[in-house]
Design a protein around this ligand. Structure first.
Ligand SMILES: *[C@@H]1O[C@H](CO)[C@@H](O)[C@H](O)[C@H]1NC(C)=O
Ligand SMILES: *[C@@H]1O[C@H](CO)[C@@H](O)[C@H](O)[C@H]1NC(C)=O
Ligand SMILES: *[C@@H]1O[C@H](CO)[C@@H](O)[C@H](O)[C@H]1NC(C)=O
Length: 342
């Protein structure tokens, strides 16, 4: 009988220090399989976002904010080693999370137009001022679409680098349109096909990205396309503001035919009321959402989460990350450690 820690040690040998590390773990963490709850923290040292330096970076930072003294390859090796060690000891597991905020939506324009005080006390409860429409479920503006395209272009440039960030093997999104559109545009022709084809691919150059990515993916030996998943718990702080009221499941499915709904996703929005959700409630729900992700995507070491300003700030609180207020279209990588609670 081989004990679980022996098994992990054997797998560690099999994974070999010399071979390029796989982004999808080749083993199951024997401790974490039944975890009902985790404590989350941030593993620091790789990103400028770990400190105050991260607050002044561009929405899509050079080399995605990786520190100059480290490499993506080094990160890959560290992440795998941490996961091997964690599985052999207390069941801790680590994921590199690409947290993205949606591009500018019509509600963002309206808030700037009226100022936050008037927006919060009055306009946010309406759906339109006759010129701008932000509710229910605000859409991306043309600038918001451009911001999402900048994330896309950042990934294309990244994947041409010799030392390149790994692509996520799971894509999670909030059910709100502005996040779903941002995710589809960000990973269009990279990890999915956006049916709206928002990203232009010049005909003459149409296969260039494909061949670069094809080479990278062949190297990794993994399926390239990912079916994104909608998680209700990743929606923005809800209640009162009509921009945060979601469409029905059927309407979302019609606009985003390529995404999957998590099990139990309801037809109607059952969470939004005229009372604003409080931060403590939001934090508890993000803790719960992360717990679901850790239980569902145990072998995925790199995941993407497209959401909102409120959700990302909550994510940073829950994982004890340096507090950052993300701009629209921001892409912020972080390594999250989860330790199963007894
Ligand atoms: C890189 O620099 C950061 C910040 O100074 C530090 O925390 C980290 O340990 C360094 N990493 C390596 C591998 O030297
Ligand atoms: C809507 O836009 C028009 C033309 O720019 C302007 O005259 C009008 O005052 C605007 N109405 C509101 C409610 O902002
Ligand atoms: C995609 O197209 C549908 C149908 O025309 C539209 O309702 C939706 O807003 C579009 N989404 C994006 C990503 O622009």
């Amino acid at each position: 009988m081989v004990s679980s820690s022996h098994l992990v040690a054997l797998l560690a040998l099999a994974c070999g220090a010399q071979a390029a590390p796989a982004w999808v773990l080749p083993f199951w963490n024997p401790f974490a399989m039944q975890a009902k709850s985790y404590s989350f923290s941030t593993y620091t040292g790789f990103f400028k976002y770990d400190t105050q330096e991260g607050t002044s970076l561009a929405a899509v930072a050079p080399n995605f904010g990786l520190r100059d003294n480290v490499t993506w390859d080094g990160l890959a090796r560290t992440l795998l080693q941490l996961n091997i060690d964690g599985a052999a000891h207390d069941g801790s597991s680590y994921k590199l999370v690409f947290a993205g905020r949606h591009g500018q939506g019509y509600h963002n324009v309206a808030e700037s137009k009226y100022g936050t005080a008037l927006w919060d006390s009055y306009w946010s409860e309406l759906t339109t001022d006759g010129n701008l429409t932000w509710g229910p479920d605000a859409r991306l503006t043309p600038l918001g679409i451009q911001q999402a395209q900048a994330v896309h272009d950042g990934w294309v440039a990244m994947l041409k680098q010799r030392d390149s960030a790994p692509l996520p093997t799971k894509l999670y999104s909030s059910p709100l349109s502005r996040a779903l559109s941002t995710m589809e545009i960000s990973y269009d022709h990279i990890l999915l096909n956006n049916p709206n084809a928002t990203v232009e691919t010049p005909a003459a150059n149409g296969n260039a990205i494909d061949s670069i990515l094809g080479g990278i993916v062949a190297k990794l030996g993994e399926a390239r396309y990912v079916k994104p998943e909608i998680k209700e718990l990743f929606r923005e702080e809800y209640g009162e503001h009509t921009c945060d009221q979601r469409r029905t499941r059927s309407q979302i499915a019609k606009d985003y035919p390529n995404v999957r709904f998590e099990a139990g996703f309801s037809e109607e929005d059952q969470l939004w009321t005229t009372t604003r959700e409080q931060d403590a409630h939001l934090d508890a729900r993000i803790q719960q959402a992360l717990t679901q992700v850790w239980n569902e995507a145990q072998q995925d070491q790199v995941i993407s989460l497209t959401s909102h300003s409120g959700v990302m700030q909550s994510l940073f609180r829950v994982t004890h990350h340096y507090p950052i207020k993300p701009s629209t279209g921001a892409l912020i990588p972080l390594i999250i450690k989860a330790t199963p609670q007894k």
